[in-house]
Design a protein around this ligand. Structure first.
Ligand SMILES: [Zn+2]
Length: 107
């Protein structure tokens, strides 16, 4: 799979806004492009946010890209076994609990 990027479109934004109402008392989970448990397992592989200055801001609170949490996201082992693995930089907003942008690496 080549380089590609994912950003939140209008349809996804409506969905993210609708679920944000119900999650205040829970442990933070980050909804969006990828399953929340897969994102959680990559959360502590941080990337330097300053390297992503000028990328997509949070579509809910407008926090700029260099103030989001960036991580190196790799999809689970079984996805790689099927030939559908993805690897790249993923931003999440730690205020809104959403996935904001994914920049895949060429591989
Ligand atoms: Zn936000």
């Amino acid at each position: 799979m080549g380089a590609f990027e994912l950003t939140v479109d209008n349809e996804m934004l409506l969905w993210l806004r609708s679920i944000s109402i119900t999650r205040h008392d829970m442990e933070p989970v980050y909804h969006g492009f990828f399953p929340v448990e897969d994102v959680h397992s990559c959360f502590d592989v941080p990337l330097d946010p300053m390297a992503y200055r000028g990328k997509q801001a949070c579509p809910i609170c407008n926090r700029p890209s260099h103030q989001l949490h960036w991580m190196r996201y790799s999809s689970p082992a079984e996805s790689w076994a099927r030939g559908g693995g993805v690897l790249g930089a993923l931003s999440v907003c730690t205020k809104c609990y959403i996935q904001v942008q994914f920049l895949a690496e060429q591989h």
